[in-house]
Design a protein around this ligand. Sequence first.
Ligand code: AQP
Length: 316
Amino acid sequence: MKRIFSGIQPSGEMHIGNYLGAIKNWVDLQNDCENIFCIVDLHAITVPQEPKILKRRIREIAKIYIACGIDPKKSTIFVQSDRPEHSELGWILNCFTYVGELSRMIQFKDKSEKGGADSSTVGLFDYPVLMAADILLYHTNLVPVGEDQKQHVEIARDIAKRMNNKFKGLFTIPEPLMKKETARIMGLDNPQKKMSKSAASEYNYIMLRDEPEIIEKKIKKAVTDEKGIDNLAVIHSSFSGKSTADIKKEFAGRNADFKKELAGVIIEGLAPIQSKLRELDKNPAYIEKVLKDGAEKVRPLAEKTISEVKKKIGLG
Ligand code: AQP
């Protein structure tokens, strides 16, 4: 059985790009693979976070995973910082990674654009190496991600191959797994760029907890140039199951009707998730238990990998 590992940062509220590009695909894979889904809080602190908000968001991501259909009986859900082996392996991998290859990472270029690379944290620069550690620690076969993370899975493969060349059979080489249609959901207000929780305007995204009136308002304001319409059709199709070609044909030249119908489709698609979220909000003890059990469940595998790696490279 193939092992899957993926994660989301608790760095903001979850939007439908995260859902359609990542979580929905995880749910679809859940019965055919061994699944490990992480809440990557150590990645979140690569940019400034407010401690109390971060703590709340870690639990929020766990709730979102479960509300979207990740079943803790079938899949392991845990918090990255609850397993120290991620940081330990991350450091070791750092010593087998070149500054040159990290300098080519698009996410770092994008995220450091505002303040400049010199005032970005080393953690932000090193983000892909920690992600490589997350993946390699569990001998992951498949990493389901959105397109923005593909380059990071590729560097994880490069590091693993480099270390396997030197120390035979150390790591499993992971493969990225993407659903072409939803790999890149674009911003509603700017379809040239991906939908992003850190976007400047709230009209960029639809959050999983957005109320129906907010969803209607945001869709009403969405840009409808060619790229915008393509993106809205992909969103419609992912929720309704209709093909994008049929949707575009049905609503050709009728943008207002299209937007009305689309808002309805999203509201309907998110309703069961929102209802489950409200249920989970009332049961914080259950979430704590899921996370604690998850961290215990992955412990043997994480400890085994780290001890093998240390032995092979001459440590410990
Ligand atoms: N717009 C998107 N379309 C498809 N997939 C997406 N993902 C993110 N945005 C889109 C996928 O969601 C997973 C979790 O992402 P993350 O929170 O760990 O990091 P991110 O990619 O940095 O997400 P955001 O929303 O863009 O956050 P900020 O604004 O903080 O940068 C990943 O699998 C990602 O590919």
